[in-house]
Unconditional design. Structure first.
Length: 392
C-alpha cells in the first residue's frame, strides 16, 4: 500500500514512456523510498503519437499524464500542480533539461512545501549566448534567446543538476549553474550481462560461423553507419558478417543511401538484419563479436552518451567507437578509438580483430567495468548520495 503523502521522490520523466528506462527509479523503491513516477500518456516517436508502454510488475508506482513531448522545453504535465499539491514530495527529479517551463513551474508549485528539485540533462554543447548563435545562426535568435532566458531563470529553481557526460560539467559551469554532478545513464544489469548460452543458440539459429560485427541503433547520418560500411568494403577479402537493425523504423533518405551503398559494394549477402525489442537487444549483443559506434559530430549535435556501448560491454562484447562527444570517456580504457570519419583507422582496428592481432578485452573485464561504473546500480548510488547525503 502506497502512502498518499510524504512522498520521498516525485519523478517527472518523458523518457520513461519506455519501460526499461524505469529501472533506476525502481531501485529507489526497493530501498524503501516512497517514490512516484509521472510519465506521458502518449509520446511522439518518429513524428507518430504512440502510447507509453504499460506498467510492469517491476516498475515503481506510475501516474500517466498528458504532455506534448514534441516541445519539452515549453511543455509541462497537465496535472502536475495537482500532483505536487496532493503528494507534497520532499524531492522532485525532472528527467529533462533544466532550461524548461516544467522546471520553473515545479518550483512555483512546490515553493511552500518546500521540495528540493533536481534535473537530469544530456546537454553537452556550449550554452553561452555567443556559442548558441555561432552554432545555430543569428536567424534563430528568438529561439536562442528563449532558451537562454529559461536557463537563466531555472538556475535559481533547482537544488542540483545531474549531467550524463563530462562536457556537461563544463557547459553548465560556464553558465553559472551550481551543484553539478556527473552520473552514468545507467543500463539495467538484469537485462544486459554475459550469457554464452544465448550467444551460442543465436549464432546457430542465424547460421553465424564467422566473426560478427554489429551496428545497433538509429539509422541516421550522424550515427555514421556509412563510415563502417566503407571500412568493411576494404575488408571483403576477410571473413565477417555485419548485423544491422531493420530499417523499417527509419524510412528516410539516409536509410535509402545506406541500402544503395550496400548494393554498390555487393555485400548484401554478408548482412544479417534484425529487429529486436530493447529487452531482446542484450541477446544480440551477446551474439556479436564486436560492436562499432562510428558517430559523427555536426554543428548541432555531438554524441551525448553512447548507451549501446555501455550495454555491449555489459554483455562482454568489445566495442570500437569514434572519438566524438562522450564516447571516449564512456569506454575509457575498455574500448577502441578511431578518429571520427577516418575510414582507414576504423579499417585498421577491425582488421586487427579479424586477423587476431587485436585480442580484445575478456568478457569478465568488460562486464566488471560496466557494472561498476555504468549501471543503474552506480547511477542510483550517485544520485542517492547527492539527494539524501548517503546511500542505503
Amino acid at each position: 500500500m502506497h502512502k498518499k503523502d510524504n512522498i520521498d521522490i516525485l519523478v517527472l520523466s518523458t523518457a520513461c514512456h519506455t519501460a526499461i528506462n524505469r529501472k533506476i527509479y525502481k531501485l529507489f523503491e526497493l530501498d524503501e523510498y516512497n517514490i512516484i513516477l509521472v510519465c506521458p500518456r502518449y509520446s511522439y516517436f518518429n513524428n507518430q503519437l504512440e502510447p507509453s508502454e504499460a506498467p510492469r510488475d517491476e516498475d515503481p508506482r506510475i501516474i500517466f499524464d498528458d504532455i506534448n513531448t514534441k516541445n519539452q522545453r515549453l511543455s509541462n504535465f497537465k496535472n502536475i500542480r495537482k500532483i505536487i499539491k496532493k503528494y507534497k514530495p520532499k524531492n522532485i527529479i525532472i528527467d529533462n533539461d533544466p532550461g524548461s517551463l516544467m522546471t520553473i513551474f515545479c518550483r512555483l508549485y512546490s515553493f511552500y512545501i518546500p521540495s528540493k528539485i533536481y534535473c537530469i540533462t544530456c546537454e553537452n554543447l556550449d550554452l553561452t549566448l555567443s556559442g548558441m548563435i555561432k552554432r545555430r545562426g543569428f536567424h534563430q535568435f528568438v529561439n536562442i534567446f528563449l532558451k537562454k532566458l529559461l536557463l537563466m531563470i531555472s538556475r535559481f529553481c533547482i537544488n542540483g543538476l545531474f549531467v550524463i557526460n563530462k562536457n556537461g560539467l563544463q557547459v553548465f559551469n560556464k553558465v553559472n549553474y551550481k551543484n553539478i554532478k556527473q552520473i552514468p545513464l545507467g543500463y539495467d544489469p538484469d537485462y544486459f550481462y554475459v550469457d554464452n548460452n544465448i550467444r551460442n543458440k543465436l549464432r546457430i539459429s542465424h547460421g553465424i560461423n564467422k566473426f560478427s560485427i554489429g551496428f545497433l541503433g538509429r539509422i541516421v547520418e550522424e550515427k555514421g553507419l556509412h563510415i563502417l560500411i566503407d571500412a568493411l568494403n576494404d575488408l571483403k577479402h576477410l571473413e565477417w558478417i555485419l548485423v544491422l537493425d531493420e530499417f523499417s523504423h527509419y524510412q528516410n533518405k539516409y536509410a535509402d543511401d545506406i541500402n544503395a551503398q550496400i548494393k554498390k559494394f555487393n555485400i548484401d549477402n554478408r548482412i544479417l538484419r534484425i529487429d529486436p525489442t530493447h529487452e531482446d537487444m542484450a541477446k544480440y549483443m551477446n551474439m556479436l563479436d564486436l560492436i562499432v559506434i562510428p558517430s559523427l559530430s555536426t554543428p548541432l549535435w555531438e554524441e551525448q552518451y553512447g548507451r549501446i556501448a555501455a550495454e555491449a560491454m555489459a554483455c562482454g562484447t568489445n566495442v570500437v567507437v569514434s572519438d566524438t562527444g562522450h564516447l571516449p570517456d564512456l569506454v575509457s580504457d575498455y574500448g577502441y578509438l578511431f578518429r571520427e570519419g577516418n575510414v582507414q583507422e576504423l579499417c585498421y582496428i577491425i582488421r586487427g580483430f579479424l586477423n587476431g592481432t587485436i585480442d580484445g578485452h575478456s568478457q569478465s573485464v568488460l562486464e566488471g567495468y560496466a557494472v561498476d561504473q555504468l549501471s543503474t546500480i552506480k547511477q542510483k548510488k550517485l544520485m542517492e548520495k547527492e539527494i539524501f547525503g548517503s546511500s542505503k
